[in-house]
Design a protein around this ligand. Structure first.
Ligand SMILES: [Zn+2]
Ligand SMILES: [Zn+2]
Length: 338
């Protein structure tokens, strides 16, 4: 029977957490969860592919008297580098470990990590259409590229759609499709002890980035809000997020996230009430959780601001509150009836 160690902490019956460091990132770490099994354990999310992250994960396993070969299954909640980065490395060491992702994440593995130049080109075109000034395009268009070095690319052994049960022989975990933050994001639910693994879908303090970009669906914020409602009444005694700390009030936290998005929507409505604006111009006028003037925003923040604003504008279009016009190749948005 495995025991608690300094580096691997028990967070629920038969479930342990290893904190895997994320370099140069305000999130600090990814929570990798290990679920006890009869013939092999289940790992939920892996961490970035860096020597430090790899050592932390290895030490976490060792603290439970485990090695990578004891991991029968890895489920990645989505393929962002902090969750998926080490999956390929683990598979090199333990080829029998089965990697599971949602079907929609497979396309993202290809476009994010294999056919990169297509993605960069499409991102430039998209940002230009949404009003990003030509001078900012090279920096904003490639703002997330450095993350690629933290991933050992591999493809899943098994793809899922949500609704499947993964059994470790001790626990049965239900996979729940929760698109929004990523189109194939999944949560896992263990009903016996009412434990929810919430990935990046619901975090206790930060609100996940919901962006309309070249890889997202055409209404990611609408998807996200639908996915919040999908799980809000789930009986969950313990919520295990992919970042930050364990929490308990799932419904209360979901309520706060919905309020955050309603506020932002109201601000956007106000910004476009006088005249039509591009997504870039809207994002420069609304409030962001960063204590800098818009001109001083780092490229990645600026790009997220534009793509998050766009997710809002598209959701508002779906609801019939906003319409889109085109002027000199740039999309402008205006409030319906303004
Ligand atoms: Zn993520
Ligand atoms: Zn994450």
């Amino acid at each position: 029977m495995a025991k608690n160690s300094d580096i691997s902490i028990q967070v629920a019956p038969g479930i342990y957490r290893v904190r895997v460091p994320i370099p140069d990132n305000p999130l600090g770490h990814l929570n990798c969860y290990l679920v006890e099994g009869k013939n092999g354990w289940l790992m939920v999310d892996t961490g970035w592919y860096t020597p430090d992250a790899f050592s932390a994960l290895e030490a976490g396993l060792r603290g439970l008297d485990l090695g990578f070969a004891d991991i029968a299954t890895i489920v990645v909640t989505h393929v962002h580098p902090d969750h998926f980065g080490l999956a390929g490395r683990i598979k090199q060491i333990s080829p029998k470990t089965e990697l599971v992702t949602h079907r929609w994440e497979v396309d993202l593995i290809e476009s994010r990590y294999i056919r990169l130049s297509d993605l960069r080109e499409k991102m430039y075109q998209m940002l230009a259409r949404h009003g990003v000034p030509a001078a900012d395009l090279p920096l904003l268009g490639s703002a997330s590229m450095p993350a690629i070095q933290f991933v050992t690319v591999t493809l899943p052994d098994r793809t899922v759609y949500g609704g499947e049960i993964i059994s470790t022989g001790v626990y049965d975990l239900e996979l729940i499709w929760t698109p929004g933050h990523s189109s194939g994001h999944i949560c896992l639910y263990e009903p016996q002890n009412q434990v929810l693994f919430s990935g990046d879908h619901v975090l206790p303090k930060i609100t996940p980035n919901i962006s309309r970009n070249v890889q997202s669906g055409d209404n990611p914020l609408g998807d996200f809000i639908g996915s919040l409602h999908k799980i809000e009444n789930l009986p969950a005694k313990v919520v295990l997020p992919a970042h930050e700390d364990t929490f308990t009030d799932l419904k209360g936290r979901i309520g706060q996230i919905l309020v955050h998005h309603h506020r932002r929507e109201a601000e956007i409505k106000e910004a476009i009430s006088q005249r039509p604006l591009s997504a870039y111009d809207v994002s420069s006028r609304i409030t962001w959780d960063i204590p800098l003037a818009w001109e001083q925003f780092p490229a990645l923040h600026k790009r997220s601001a534009v793509t998050e604003t766009l997710a809002h504008l598209d959701w508002m279009r779906w609801k019939g509150q906003v319409e889109r016009l085109e002027q000199d190749g740039v999309y402008l948005y205006r409030a319906v009836g303004a």
